[in-house]
Every structure is written in structure tokens, then in C-alpha cells.
Design a protein around this ligand. Structure first.
Ligand code: GAL
Length: 665
């Protein structure tokens, strides 16, 4: 069920949320008033509070100090600023870890993860859980009726630092999870293929997390994959436990937690978490590099679809530099607004930052904020104020769902996790990068494409790209077959359809589960060495991977062949028609530029075309929310968008323009 923020005042007024993480505990009391005043100046209407306040709220097992938080809550309310209040459980205080070192995580090598930073707790520790829930209860009892309270923010970025814990608590919980999944040890033995290397288990107690094994000796792959699934589920269990307390005490207050759909952050299968929340929230930090803005759009797009197309909350991004990259570069003019509005374009109804006031001490003092070290007389603060005004002007967008595209990219955590495991044909394969390259190709062609979870509903898309769909259980193969039979156009790539849910190979030739559908058969993989290239007869160059393809269905066309290398003369790209539908296969890594003509042909044959005029394709990204069309300038130059946004409309470098049917905004 989707429940949006409970705006304390004027609940029905359409508005976009605007604000930040607010950490008043880092500042003396007299600064708080100044904060509230400057927030008003900037147009802030919501802040996330108390995220790392456990030690301040509960300075000892039996001591509580709510007075300061009462004062901050009241102050914010008096300034018409709503609060997304944290349950405050993200980082346990020293008194707790000193009394209960058994809550500290253990890494793969058996080393304790010590306190001193944050999030040093085992997701499966019963002792941690008990203390965390006492705090959640205290917070809910204290603030459940506070007029500023707009939503609950469970913990913070669950799994950011503690997703993989190999402790004895984790081992016990892993066994329980496996019992639920397999029922009997025999069934587990079958799924884990334990006849291999004498790994057969006689009893549940013998099973461990995949702890450090000998050098160059690979732990059981299904055990590794199941441990990844389990670790994501264990954090989700924690989320559920906190939520249960909140539901009991404050059933009317919506609950969220901040996901980390960004870059290579991969430990949490958010497709299986989204249903736990009243609304989805995400944190995103731009990956430096030329594909950075595309990656941002890709992530925002995926979050929008995890949220079922309904509005979601951008909980954190940065006004400028972060502090955790090797070199932390400040944002260029226009990027702050472009980044924020890219998320709005993909369905965000709240735009928030880490953090409100830049810290003076601590590990994040060089991380940008809405109010930087330089103070209000700064370019960043002026940009923040101007963004606040823009978001106010865009109020009419609030509440509008995303409008689905006609094409989609399928994203699958199981395939991401499994395809990059060890002891495979190559260790160079990068699942998310391949998916992102296809996304960039869509952007370059000016064709709108959604990014949708594999378990979601994608039957309505006319063109479906499933890159490296490595794990294909029988049910998914069946769904894809029906999709094509019903007229859908499927495109898949190398290392797809290879294994079932236990990472057991589908026999008889690759790509096992999709072999019939694609009308091809591969006897052996042919990955490429780092300096090897495979030229195709369409002018493209493949890297990373090739396949030795035999076409088995006479109806399968060969769209491109290899021209050089071991596969010279053999098919590189194929497409088999199935009545009105089709299934195509791209057997090498082409990268965004060489994917473009391939995708252009496949999209054209699927009847999927760009909604942009030819001269804007590639230069402008289009995202649609009902009557609101967002145009995002992908270039560093001014673009004339009068063809879509009315006479004289210009899009500044890195600018965003919202053209709405009916005039506003
Ligand atoms: C997030 C976290 C914030 C802050 C931010 C810095 O991972 O939730 O508390 O650390 O990163 O970019």
C-alpha cells in the first residue's frame, strides 16, 4: 500500500518535499534557531532527524534524554518544517557495545568489526535487536503524536557497512533461513551440489556461512549465492521488526527507510524490500565520470519502478562534493539542480540532501551540505535557495505517477550476484555496467526506457532488454517465452539463461533456458583476454566475451557476424521471429556507442520509436510524469527545445525544463 508523507499543516496542498538530514546534536543550542531561520530562507519543508542520535537520546542503558529533541521538534514545527524522524537505531552507542561486544559483526576472516565508525551491529544479533526495539518503542511513544511528525525513517541505509556478517549469530540465522528454503538437508545437498569436493552435509549444524577458505580454493557457489540472498533477507527482517513496533504504536504514520540504489552498491535486493514500506526512499551519489549522469538517471528510473511508478522520496544526494571518493570534486554550475530534477523527473516527490549544515568535526566535515562551511554567503547556498524556489514552482507535479515507456531494461539482483561470482569463464564481467551501457544507448537514441525488476510486471513493454540474465529459473523462462509468443520483443546478451535458481547449468548447450526461444546453440563460451578484440561485420568491436554460436532454427536471422578472431564467420548477433514477437541475442560486449546502431535496428523492428524530434535525440533526456514532460540537457551546451517546449524555449547547459500540458509549471 502506498502512503505518502503525513504533512502536518495543510495536508492536501500539493508540494514537493525539500530538505536534508539534520544533525542538531553536532551543534550548540543557539545554532538551532539560526538553522530553522535559514531553512525557511531556503524553502526547506522537511528534514530527517535523529539518524545518528542514539548515544545522545539514550546515554546509558537506563538513562534517557529527550529534552533536546523535544525542543528541536517543537522548533521545526513552529517554523512549518515537517520531520521524517529516524528510529535512531543506525549506530549503537559505546555503552552498548562495551556491555555487549557480541553484537559486533565478524568479517569473512573471523575478525571483529570494532566500534569507532558506525553501523557496527550484526543484523541477526538478538541482543542488538532487543536494544534497538526498546529505542524504537521509546521514540514512537514519545513522538507518535508530535504535530511535526510526517514519517518514520527506519535505521539508515541498512546494509551500508554491515550487510555481510559471518558471526555465529549469522551462522545460526543462516541455518534457519536454509531450513525454510529447503526443508531437508537432503534437499539442500541437492541444491548446493554437495557431491562435489566431498561437501555433503549430514546435519544442519554442520553448515556455515562462506567463511574464508584456502587460497585459490573456491567456496561452494550456491552456498555463496544463498548467503547473499540470506544477508539481504536478514536486513529486511530487521526492517520488519522495527516496522512492527511502529505499526503497533503509530499505525497512522507512514514508514520508510533509505535504499542505496546507486553504482555498485549491490548487497540488498530492494525489489524484495519495497513492499515493506509505505513509500520508497533512496539515496544517490553521482559516480564521477562521463557516464555519471546516465547512471544517475538509471538509478532514479529503477527506484521509480521499484516504487511501482508512484512517488518516492530522494532522501539523500549531495549539493556538491562528497568526502568518500578518492578525489572529491565539487559540482559544476547547474549540476546541483540537474541532479535534483533528474530524480523528480523519474518520480521523486521529495528532494533531500546529506546534510543540512556541513559538520565542523568528524569524518564527514569535507562532505558538502546545504549550508556549507562558508555560510549563507556562498554559491552553494544560493543554488540551494534557487532550487527551493524551483521546487515550489513545480508543486503541480507532486503526486503524479511516472508514465511508463514502451521499452524497458530488466534488472535482476540474483543475476547480478551470481554472474559475478568466482570460478566463472571470466572474472571481468560487470552486470550493472552492461545494463547501464544499454541504458546509455537508449538515451543516445532518444528512446525512453524504464528500468524494471525482473520479478516485476514487464509484460506491457513492447521491447524488453535483459542484459546478462544469467539466472533463469524455469518459471522465468516460461514467462519470457510467453512474452515473446504474445508479440513482445526480447533482447538478451551473452551469459544469459545459463543457470537455474541453484546456479546449476541448464544442460544441452547454452543459453540453456533460452536456447529454444533464441533458436541458437552454444557449445563453448569464448571469453576474450583483456587485450583481445573481436571485430564484427557491422563495424562494431566486441570485448570481454564472444560465443561460438550455431543457429539451430532456420528462422533465426544473423544480424551481424564476427569478422576477426576465433569466431570469424560465425554469428555475433541473432534475432528469431516468433509470429509478431521476436527474441534477439547479442553475444559480445559492445559498449554504449556500438550498441546504439544495434539497438536502433532492434527498436525499429519492434516498432518502438523516439518521442523526441531527431535533432534532440541524444542531446536531451525525456522523462514523463502524466502531463509533465521533463527535458534534461545531457550536454554542456545550450539546446533549442522550441520544438517540444514552445517557441523560443532554450535548455541551458545541464539544464532541466518541465513542459506541462495546460501551461503550468
Ligand atoms: C550516506 C549516509 C549518510 C552520509 C552520506 C555521505 O551513506 O546515509 O549518513 O554518510 O552517505 O555521502
Amino acid at each position: 500500500m502506498h502512503r505518502w508523507l503525513r504533512w502536518p499543516t495543510d495536508p492536501h496542498r500539493p508540494r514537493l518535499g525539500f530538505g536534508a538530514d539534520y544533525n542538531p546534536e553536532q551543534w550548540p543550542r543557539h545554532v538551532w534557531r539560526d538553522d530553522a531561520r535559514a531553512m525557511r530562507t531556503a524553502g526547506v519543508n522537511i528534514v530527517s532527524l535523529a539518524i545518528f542520535s542514539w548515544a545522545r537520546i539514550q546515554p546509558g542503558a537506563d538513562t534517557w534524554d529527550f529534552a533536546w529533541l523535544d525542543e528541536v521538534m517543537d522548533l521545526l514545527h513552529a517554523h512549518d518544517i515537517a520531520v521524517d524522524l529516524a528510529t535512531a537505531t543506525a549506530s549503537p552507542p559505546p555503552w552498548l557495545t562495551a556491555a555487549h561486544p557480541e553484537i559486533l559483526p565478524v568479517d569473512r576472516d573471523g575478525r571483529t568489526v570494532w566500534p569507532g565508525a558506525r553501523q557496527h551491529w550484526r543484523p541477526t544479533s538478538p541482543v542488538f535487536r532487543e536494544h534497538a526495539l526498546i529505542l524504537v518503542r521509546a521514540m514512537a511513544e514519545r513522538y507518535g503524536d508530535h504535530p511535526a511528525l510526517a514519517a518514520w525513517h527506519i535505521s539508515n541505509e541498512l546494509g551500508c557497512h554491515n550487510v555481510y556478517d559471518y558471526s555465529d549469530d549469522a551462522a545460526a540465522a543462516f541455518r534457519r533461513w536454509l531450513q525454510d528454503r529447503y526443508g531437508t538437508v537432503e534437499e539442500l545437498n541437492r541444491a548446493w551440489a554437495t557431491t562435489f569436493w566431498s561437501q555433503r552435509y549430514g546435519d544442519w549444524d554442520q553448515i556455515l556461512p562462506p567463511r574464508r577458505t584456502g587460497a585459490s580454493s573456491y567456496p561452494n557457489p550456491t552456498q555463496q549465492l544463498d548467503f547473499k540472498r540470506f544477508s539481504s533477507d536478514a536486513l529486511r527482517e530487521h526492517l520488519r521488526a522495527e516496522r512492527a513496533v511502529l505499526l503497533e504504536l503509530t499505525p497512522d504514520v507512514p514508514v520508510t527507510t533509505n535504499f542505496m540504489v546507486m553504482g555498485e552498491t549491490r548487497g540488498m535486493d530492494y525489489a524484495s524490500w519495497a513492499a515493506e514500506l509505505d513509500f520508497v526512499a533512496n539515496d544517490h551519489y553521482v559516480v564521477p565520470g562521463p557516464q555519471g549522469p546516465d547512471e544517475q538517471s538509471f538509478s532514479a528510473n529503477l527506484v521509480g519502478n521499484l516504487a511501482g511508478g508512484l512517488p518516492w522520496y530522494l532522501m539523500e544526494h549531495s549539493t556538491s562534493a562528497v568526502n568518500w571518493q578518492p578525489v572529491n570534486v565539487a559540482k559544476a554550475p547547474g549540476e546541483l539542480a540537474r541532479d535534483s530534477l533528474t530524480h523528480v523527473a523519474h518520480g521523486a516527490d521529495a528532494v533531500c540532501f546529506f546534510q543540512w549544515r556541513q559538520s565542523a568535526g568528524g569524518a564527514e566535515k569535507y562532505h558538502s551540505a546545504m549550508l556549507p562551511h562558508a555560510g549563507e554567503d556562498s554559491a552553494v547556498f544560493r543554488d540551494v535557495c534557487s532550487l527551493g524556489a524551483t521546487l515550489r514552482d513545480l508543486s503541480a507535479v507532486a503526486g503524479t505517477p511516472r508514465t511508463p515507456a514502451r521499452a524497458a531494461i530488466v534488472f535482476d539482483w540474483d543475476s547480478w550476484w551470481a554472474s559475478e561470482q568466482d570460478s566463472h569463464p571470466t572474472d571481468r564481467l560487470r552486470y550493472r555496467q552492461e545494463a547501464l551501457d544499454w541504458y546509455t544507448a537508449f538515451l543516445e537514441l532518444g528512446i525512453r526506457a524504464d528500468v524494471v525488476p525482473a520479478g516485476g510486471v514487464w509484460e506491457g513493454y513492447e521491447l524488453l532488454v535483459a542484459p546478462i540474465l544469467y539466472v533463469v529459473p524455469a518459471g522465468l523462462a516460461e514467462r519470457l517465452t510467453q512474452y515473446v509468443a504474445a508479440g513482445g520483443h526480447l533482447v538478451t546478451t551473452y551469459f544469459s539463461g545459463i543457470v537455474d535458481e541453484h546456479e546449476h547449468v541448464w544442460l544441452g548447450g547454452y543459453p540453456g533456458a533460452l536456447r529454444e526461444l533464441l533458436g541458437i546453440r552454444i557449445e563453448e563460451f569464448a571469453p576474450l583476454l583483456d587485450d583481445e578484440r573481436a571485430e564484427l561485420d557491422n563495424g562494431a568491436t566486441g570485448t570481454l566475451w564472444t560465443d561460438r554460436i550455431d543457429v539451430t532454427d532456420p528462422g533465426a536471422e544473423i544480424l551481424a557476424r564476427y569478422k576477426t578472431g576465433a569466431q570469424a564467420g560465425r554469428p555475433a548477433i541473432t534475432r528469431r521471429s516468433h509470429g509478431p514477437g521476436s527474441a534477439a541475442y547479442v553475444s559480445t560486449r559492445l559498449g554504449p556507442a556500438a550498441l546504439q546502431p544495434v539497438l536502433a535496428e532492434l527498436a525499429a523492428r519492434a516498432g518502438v520509436t523516439s518521442e523526441l524530434p531527431p535533432d534532440l535525440r541524444g542531446r536531451v533526456e525525456l522523462a514523463v510524469r502524466g502531463p509533465h514532460r521533463f527535458l534534461i540537457n545531457r550536454t554542456g551546451r545550450t539546446v533549442d527545445v522550441s520544438a517540444v517546449a514552445g517557441p523560443g524555449a532554450l535548455l541551458a547547459p545541464r539544464g532541466v525544463l518541465v513542459a506541462s500540458q495546460g501551461g503550468t509549471p
